[in-house]
Every structure is written in C-alpha cells, then in structure tokens.
Design a protein around this ligand. Structure first.
Ligand code: FBP
Length: 338
C-alpha cells in the first residue's frame, strides 16, 4: 500500500467534503501533541515522569505526573491554533477558554489526556481519548453547558494508544481509520483504512474482581460466558482485561470482542466508573462507525442527553450481536421487576 500520511489523508477528507479546514487543523494539532506525549511516556523513569503528582483531580483521583504533563501538552498545543472555542479535560474541573491573545475557532475539544492511569508506572499501554463538538453560535463566553451535547453531535472522535507502537485511531463519521507513528520521520502514516468490528465474538473484557457487586442481568450474562460450551451459549468464550480502556477498545476495533464497565453496587451513586463526555461518547462513535454497538446496558450511549461535564455512565461496547444480548438481558430484568 502506498504510504499515506495523516496530513494527506486529511486533505482527502476535506476534498470529500467530510471535514472543513478548521477541523483538519484541529486534528493535526492534537496528533502533534500526542507525538509529544508519546515521547514523554516512552522516557518513563529516565524522564522522571513516573509516579504521583501529589494532587487530585475533580473526581478525587490521585493525579499521576503524566496525567498532568499530558494535560498541559494538549492545552498548550491547542491554545494558539485558532480552531477552538474552548476545551475540557478529565484533569480540569471547568472548561479552559482560549486565551484572549489568540483567535477563537468554532470547535469544542474534550479529552482524557492519559487513559489507563493505573498502568502508567508498570509499562503497560496507556492512551489519550478525544471528542470534538461544534461550539453553539453567538455565545460570548463558553461554559460547561455548551459542551453538554449528545454523542450524536460529535464531528470527530479518536484515541491514541501509547504501546509497542503509537497508534492514532480516528473517525469523522465516515468510517474508522488507523495511523501508526513512524518514529524515524515523526509522522503518522495510514496503516488501516475502514476498520470493521465483526458482529460475532468469543472474547470479553471486564474487571471480574467486581463480580459480586454486579446487577443480576450482568451476573447472568457473564455467568453464561463462563459456562461456555457447557452452558446456554453452547460455545466457549475467552477473557482479556488490560485495565486501559484505549488498549481494550483498540483490541476490539482490530479483531472484535466486548468491553464492559457496568454499574455495580460500589459505584451506583456516581452512575458508573467511566466518563460520558471524554471516554464513553468518543469510543461509542468509533465503535458504531466500525459496525459495532455501544449502550449503557439499557440505552444507546450516543443518544444520552449529558447532564454534567464529568458525568459517569455504565459502558457496554463492541461486537453488535453480544451487545444486543447483554442489553436485552438488562431490559428483560427491568421488565420482570415492573
Ligand atoms: P483513567 O485512567 O483515565 O481514570 O480511566 C479509567 C480506567 O483506567 C480505564 O482506562 C480502564 O478501563 C478502567 O479505568 C480500569 O478500571 P479498573 O481499575 O477497575 O480495572
């Protein structure tokens, strides 16, 4: 395959009318920032970037040094480009306006600067997840409420995996495409065009340690997967859990599977573990664009009306047939209780 750089691909997408110049520039800037994060992650202990930063984020989670460094790299890179009205991050309580010194654009950017924090210090793949929305017209000051748009309003979404190789996976609503960072030339090169998720799968990803806290339909679903060929599903299933959403989802976008972070008794009050605006929605957009499905166990994730910038939701995503089964089990269980 003739090598196509990310820049070339963005020009093609512009010519096809899928994106405009401002969105193209935005993606270029985010990709460049992620190249810098990739260098910082790869340095590890030699760069003094491992361990805790000694501060907590709005969710009361201890911030890792790389959480803070990645957040700053993305903020700095996106401040002066003129393609953004504001951005919001897992690591910041409130949206970050574009400094008055710089021109403002028409897009809103949300990101989880470093996903998979529990894996940073043990050299397991981590990543960056981002979502792009349009900023409502005629507003003087961008506030959190302007970001609270349904996932179906996203104009772009992507993630970067910092693993053995650094990969950028992207959608503008016209399929899902993967780019690999060519470290020698310092540029992202198209490595897979039009990725698709098989409807059927025998692979599931969930943190089994939380099983005793799960709802009944979730117990039923995973119990049947574990029973395999001796149970009602009549075939065997295998399990994987990296505990970095980007790595687990990338495996699914590459070869199929289901990823589940359900509601459980420990996290019922907060509504789930993963965040809707910069984890669930961008991953749901990518998975749906690759032919998969993404629900809360009950509703389509991208159809949810957000109520808060750091809102959490249950996440069930991946191969369509399995998401259909586990969602049906939850709805049947709800019906049986009414
Ligand atoms: P952050 O690291 O960005 O907070 O993301 C949450 C996350 O690490 C996901 O990447 C991952 O899927 C999940 O939490 C792992 O949860 P657990 O520690 O329960 O296995």
């Amino acid at each position: 395959m003739k090598s196509i750089s990310l820049i070339q691909f963005l020009i093609e997408e512009k010519r096809a009318g899928h994106i405009n110049s401002e969105l193209s520039l935005l993606i270029e800037v985010v990709a460049r920032a992620c190249k810098r994060i990739s260098v910082a992650v790869a340095k590890g202990a030699l760069g003094g970037v491992l361990g805790n930063a000694g501060t907590d984020n709005i969710q009361g989670e201890a911030q890792k040094k790389l959480d803070v460094i990645s957040n700053e790299i993305l903020l700095e890179a996106n401040a002066w480009g003129g393609h953004l009205a504001a951005c919001a991050s897992e690591e910041m309580d409130d949206p970050q306006p574009i400094p008055d010194a710089y021109p403002k654009g028409h897009h809103l950017l949300l990101f989880d600067p470093l996903d998979g924090s529990s894996n940073i210090d043990v050299n397991v793949s981590v990543g960056t997840i981002f979502s792009v929305l349009l900023c409502p017209d005629d507003i003087d000051e961008v506030r959190a409420e302007h970001f609270l748009q349904k996932g179906t309003e996203q104009v772009a979404a992507g993630y970067v995996v910092y693993g053995p190789s650094t990969l950028l996976v992207l959608t503008f609503g016209h399929g899902v495409h993967e780019f690999t960072l060519d470290r020698e030339h310092g540029s992202f090169v198209l490595s897979r065009r039009g990725m698709t998720i098989p409807a059927q799968t025998s692979e599931f990803a969930v943190n089994m340690a939380n099983q005793r806290h799960w709802e009944a339909p979730m117990q039923r679903y995973v119990g049947e997967l574990q029973a395999g060929s001796t149970g009602p599903r009549g075939r065997d299933f295998n399990m994987r859990w990296v505990a970095s959403m980007v790595a687990d989802v990338h495996r699914i976008v590459t070869r199929g599977g289901v990823f589940i972070y359900p509601l459980d008794a420990r996290i019922r009050e907060q509504g789930g573990k993963l965040r809707l605006m910069y984890e669930a929605n961008p991953m749901a957009f990518i998975v749906e664009q690759a032919g998969g499905a993404a629900t809360t166990g009950r509703e389509r994730i991208m159809g949810l009306q957000p109520t808060g910038l750091h809102q959490r939701v249950p996440v069930f995503l991946g191969s369509k047939d399995e998401i259909e089964v586990v969602t049906r089990y939850h709805l049947e269980s709800d019906d049986s209780r009414t």
